[in-house]
Ligand binder design. Structure first.
Ligand code: HEM
Ligand SMILES: *[C@@H]1O[C@H](CO)[C@@H](O)[C@H](O)[C@H]1NC(C)=O
Ligand SMILES: *[C@@H]1O[C@H](CO)[C@@H](O)[C@H](O)[C@H]1NC(C)=O
Length: 468
């Protein structure tokens, strides 16, 4: 009986294959993957204006509600596919990352330098990334703690000494730039640091302005400043080569690198990557620090808890006479959760861009070659399926680890942020000194978000710092 049934099954199965084969073939055009749903907006301007004129949560959430986890749209003149689920982010950034390359506007690539690692894919990227990762690994950044503390204390002292209200974001930027310099160059002579800072701020102003070479425009000034930065870095490289520097910072890793053919990196490649890292480190860290100031200011009970945690470390260190140890920075659970929750809430890198290098099919949808692909970190971080009551600031939710691919403030996969440990370390150290010795008041408080280009609190959070 059984044998008979099986034979019948096999026969039926084979006959369906035979019968349906030409049938399938004929029908192939209809089973061709289709484009994802969504509206493309007006040509060129597309939905860019909507993206930048609304609160970031609203733009993406309304799209996702309408179309689901994958939809198409137009951003800055490019057709693109937005992806709003953890699986889709994993597909693009991790499991199928070779099908998607990083993509930036040429005008921006020129300002940072085309050899900077985040524009690349493949061998060159892997080589440079290894150097950057080594110089930013826990082993390396441990040694930076005393210098970071010195920088933190000097920044805090300067904010108190002005006595009036300051733009917290601007100040956090200066702080983050100095830490960036520290992690790239180690201790750098003051005059170089000042020259880099001045010229860098000109580059920044051009970065988000209209790209034209007409003299006098922000963009053309930025290109000139970029050239001067290159000259400054070349001079530093020259000096450091003579000194045979021993400091294990990014610059020395870049200078000492030799590939299998004993070839070294060119000065151009070194300079582009130095500028790239400074660029990646500054506004990101500063934006998150500004949000942390706001969130802690808005929740005094939470601030008290953070303060209690930091005070016990401060007392153990004889009220700041003994410097912070690496171990202590690893044992600040409440403060650490405040940082994680601030990263989730603010999601300052709301999404990233890739470009499909071939036609790709994801869950039956076609992503045509050349189209941009945007994994939407913010949507994932604000999805009630993964974060209960996502709009409320609640660090205790991080008492349990988030599910895989639902927490990506530092991206994921081959291009994920190599500076994430350093960024967190900076924040921990700044919070430690801030809450143990100072307090702050937010003045003329206005809720709302502005773009710097990352989302930051309105007006950069006007704040007055006071000694406690
Ligand atoms: C809170 C602060 C920071 C945030 C939220 C952040 C976020 C990110 C994200 C999301 C990416 C991946 C972008 C993508 O996949 O397209 C990234 C890449 C990168 N970040 Fe960060 N970052 C921060 C701080 C830093 C710092 C302090 C450094 C260096 C000192 C740094 C250096 C880099 C570099 C070099 C890349 C490019 C990596 C590659 O392409 O392989 N970042 N960052
Ligand atoms: C920029 O760098 C140059 C050195 O290349 C330096 O002379 C100048 O003072 C710096 N600052 C500005 C604003 O140009
Ligand atoms: C690190 O900190 C933990 C908790 O504060 C402590 O139990 C441990 O002994 C410390 N380890 C070192 C090596 O200091």
């Amino acid at each position: 009986m059984e044998i008979f049934a099986i034979l019948v099954c096999i026969f039926l199965f084979l006959s369906t294959l035979v019968i349906s084969f030409p049938f399938i073939k004929k029908n192939k055009p209809t089973s061709k993957p289709k484009l994802p749903p969504g509206s493309m907006g007006w040509p060129y301007i597309g939905q860019t204006l909507q993206l930048y004129s609304q609160h970031p949560n609203i733009f993406f959430a309304s799209k996702q509600k309408r179309y689901g986890e994958i939809f198409k749209t137009h951003i800055l003149g490019c057709p693109c596919v937005m992806l709003a689920s953890p699986e889709a982010a994993r597909f693009v950034l991790v499991t199928h990352s070779h099908l998607f390359k990083p993509t930036y506007p040429k005008s921006k690539e020129k300002l940072i330098g085309s050899s900077a690692l985040f524009f690349h894919q493949g061998d060159y990227h892997t080589r440079i990334r290894k150097l950057v990762q080594t110089s930013l690994s826990p082993e390396s950044i441990k040694k930076l703690i005393p210098d970071i503390e010195t920088q933190v204390i000097s920044s805090l002292e300067s904010w108190v000494s002005v006595r009036h209200v300051i733009n917290a974001f601007c100040e956090m930027k200066k702080f983050s730039f100095n830490i960036g310099i520290l992690s790239v160059f180690g201790n750098l002579e003051n005059n170089y640091r000042e020259q880099l800072k001045e010229n860098y701020s000109i580059v920044e102003k051009g970065y988000n302005s209209f790209p034209t070479r007409i003299p006098g425009t922000a963009y053309s000034k930025a290109l000139l400043a970029r050239k001067r930065i290159h000259e400054i870095i070349s001079e530093i490289i020259c000096k450091k080569r003579e000194q045979k520097l021993i400091e294990k910072v990014l610059l020395s890793h870049l200078l000492n690198y030799k590939d299998e053919k004993e070839e070294m990196l060119t000065d151009e490649e070194i300079a582009d990557n130095v500028i790239g890292v400074l660029f990646a480190a500054q506004d990101t860290t500063a934006s998150v620090l500004t949000w942390i100031l706001k969130y802690l200011h808005d929740d005094q009970k939470l601030l008290e808890a953070v303060k209690a945690e930091q005070m016990s470390i401060y007392e153990a260190n004889e009220r700041g006479k003994i410097p912070l140890s690496w171990n202590q920075t690893r044992n600040m659970p409440i403060t650490h959760r405040v940082i994680l929750e601030s990263l989730r809430m603010s999601s300052i890198i709301s999404f990233t861009f890739r470009e499909a290098v071939v036609d790709v099919v994801y869950k039956g949808y076609l992503i045509p070659k050349g189209w941009k692909v945007m994994p939407l970190f913010r949507n994932i971080h604000h999805n009630p399926e993964f974060y209960v009551n996502p709009q409320s600031f609640d660090p205790s939710r991080f008492e349990v680890s988030p599910k895989p691919y639902t927490f990506m403030p530092f991206g994921n996969g081959v291009h994920s942020c190599p500076g994430n440990e350093l960024a967190k370390l900076n924040m921990l150290i700044l919070i430690h000194h801030l809450v143990t010795k100072f307090r702050w008041e937010v003045e003329g408080y206005e809720s709302g978000v502005e773009y710097s280009p990352f989302p930051i609190p309105m007006h950069g959070l006007p704040t007055r710092f006071l000694r406690d």
